[in-house]
Design a protein around this ligand. Structure first.
Ligand SMILES: [Zn+2]
Length: 375
């Protein structure tokens, strides 16, 4: 009981640390670079500045990762590019990634045109930095990586380089949260939603990205600021830095505001003055809540199975890790999100009475971890 209380207080004090004014200051600084186009010299200045901010956070190690995107669309020459990867090392090597893309684009003006990219995507870049500040200085079971990707606007090159490296080196990534265009609650069409952020996950119902999205919705289900799940890999005809990670077999989702203003994207009018920094702080709060849960979660159960015998109750069994506490979740087959959950403790079997296996989907997860569907 005490440990639950301590954990709850831990999350609350961490959530308190998101500062809208600091988010605004970071966005304004990033937008003040003439452009952060991946192939402009000022991209390096912006990446250096961001790396410097991460270095000020106690316990964070900063790497300027390099990669070379292939010549092609919006890429005039083959050239080495940098991106920022800041790591808060945990007790083990399981990892969680949160990030935004540093690079900006002026579609009409070319590489040298003014491209403030305040919302797209200084917002996500600032969010990751602020979440790092909030999470530093305490112990987490798993390792946290805060990333400023680059090459996004030319075709997700930085995130793809990182995802391929992670696959090749066998990184154990539990979740990737990409935040791209998360700093405005309204558009010029008179539409506004300052109570939710969209979360895009892979279209397949059985993809782990979808389980991550469902878990996020369950975590924030009673919060004042919530999520709107969209079961598509991204917006129509668009892409984001979560996708390369899903392509490499990891679980990734994309956060994006509900009402985008398309006329400002990739123009010199993507400015801080059009943003809503309390909205951005709320999106940062959701990321922080998700990461705080996942960063201390036990290992997921394996071989999660439903007892096939007929009956009015449903019994589920799994292979447990000693000492790990579990939660059972269930929903109607037509419900996109978990409708009920129960903490069942450090066991490897449980029976949910009067909920039948014919009409429901069940899952089991370590407390704070992404559930695994029972088969
Ligand atoms: Zn973007």
């Amino acid at each position: 009981m005490l440990s639950i209380l301590v954990a709850a207080v831990n999350i609350l004090t961490v959530l308190d640390k998101i500062d809208p004014e600091r988010l605004q200051a970071t966005v304004e600084k990033l937008a003040s670079f003439h452009t952060r186009n991946t192939f402009s010299p000022t991209l390096n200045d912006a990446a250096d500045w961001l790396a410097g901010e991460y270095r000020k956070i106690p316990g964070v190690q900063v790497e300027l990762m390099t990669y070379t995107p292939p010549k092609g669309r919006r890429i005039p020459e083959e050239k080495e590019v940098v991106q920022v990867v800041a790591t808060l090392t945990g007790e083990d090597d399981r990892a969680l990634i949160v990030g935004g893309h540093i690079d900006s684009l002026n579609l009409q003006g070319g590489i040298d045109g003014r491209a403030p990219g305040a919302n797209d995507d200084a917002s996500g870049t600032a969010l990751a930095l602020e979440v790092a500040r909030a999470m530093a200085g305490r112990k987490w079971k798993h390792t946290l990586k805060f990333v400023g990707w680059t090459g996004e606007e030319q075709g997700l090159h930085g995130s793809r380089a990182m995802a391929k490296k992670a696959r090749a080196e066998g990184w154990k990534i539990d979740a990737v949260l990409s935040n791209d265009t998360v700093g405005s609650s309204s558009n010029r069409n008179g539409q506004k939603d300052d109570k939710r952020v969209r979360v895009f996950s892979e279209a397949s119902d059985s993809h782990r990205s979808r389980e991550l999205a469902r878990f996020i919705a369950w975590l924030v289900r009673e919060d004042k600021f919530g999520v709107k799940l969209v079961f598509r890999k991204d917006r129509f005809g668009r892409g984001g830095d979560h996708s390369p990670f899903n392509d490499e077999g990891f679980s990734a989702v994309r956060f994006v505001e509900v009402h985008e203003e398309y006329t400002r994207q990739h123009t010199e009018d993507d400015l801080p003055e059009h943003m809503d920094f309390s909205f951005l702080a709320n999106v940062a709060g959701v990321n922080l809540r998700v990461l705080s849960a996942l960063a201390n979660a036990g290992a997921p159960p394996s071989d999660v199975e439903i007892d096939r015998r007929q009956g009015h109750d449903t019994t589920i069994k799994w292979v447990a890790v000693l000492g790990t506490e579990y939660m059972v979740y269930w929903r109607e087959t037509t419900s996109p999100t978990w409708q009920s959950s129960r903490k069942v403790g450090a066991v490897s079997q449980t029976t949910i009475e009067k909920v039948n296996k014919d009409d429901h989907v069940f899952a089991v997860g370590a407390v704070g971890g992404i559930p695994v569907e029972a088969k």
